[in-house]
Design a protein around this ligand. Sequence first.
Ligand SMILES: CC(C)(COP(=O)(O)OP(=O)(O)OC[C@H]1O[C@@H](n2cnc3c(N)ncnc32)[C@H](O)[C@@H]1OP(=O)(O)O)[C@@H](O)C(=O)NCCC(=O)NCCS
Length: 224
Amino acid sequence: MRLSQVDEALDAATARLLEAEERTRAAAYRLTDDRLRFQVGVAVTRLALAAEMDCRADEIRLDRTCPDCGRPHGKVRVAGPRPGWEVSVSHSGDLIGVAVGTIAPLGLDVEQIRAVEAAVAPLVLTPSEERQVRTAADFIRFWTRKEAVVKATEDGLRQPLNLITVTAPTEPPRLLAWTERDPITAGIQLHDLADRNGHLASLAVLSPDEVTITEHDAQPLLRA
Ligand SMILES: CC(C)(COP(=O)(O)OP(=O)(O)OC[C@H]1O[C@@H](n2cnc3c(N)ncnc32)[C@H](O)[C@@H]1OP(=O)(O)O)[C@@H](O)C(=O)NCCC(=O)NCCS
């Protein structure tokens, strides 16, 4: 879903899909675009899960309790009405992405293609990966693959991304190594999703089993 597609009517319609705690969080954003990214992410999550579970969007129960501090800003968990669903949400620039599935925990990362400060590169890449970066898009592709992994495991950026090695942007996505966590790498699969309007996205699935991934534009869900 693209932020540029959100008009006043869609703003109001997505706001109605937020629960009290989510409304409090939405109201705390200083910038309208940040509020909309959060709000549309919540709305698409509820609508996509409701479509999959064949229930109403307001029946979907989401839990974002952070395991570290108890505040509602952690990875989204589906608390009901049906068990076994996994979600991951990501937003960057103009794009908001939501992954839902039943196979295993998911990690989605969306990043707008942009140049980042040179000082950031060694925090994200291993020295060998740094040598493989030719363009801003190369760097962002490394980034989406790695952040998808740490979002699937729920570590987030507490895990330094430069401890993780993934394949080069020109190669099929694969997690190659994760310093101090290496036995875990065999159980994590990576997928690159379609490039959209200057944004790249990757999805990590915490399972070695083959999965089928289908991509949809969320616009029809929101307009329904
Ligand atoms: C998760 C994280 C990697 C997201 O980074 P980002 O590139 O800014 O944001 P993205 O748009 O890709 O993802 C945001 C979504 O990630 C999800 N998320 C939050 N914490 C997460 C975690 N630990 N693992 C996986 N997903 C998480 C949320 O759904 C969030 O969406 P929301 O803000 O609409 O609720 C980063 O925020 C992070 O590392 N957070 C946890 C680290 C931390 O310090 N935790 C302790 C706080 S007390």
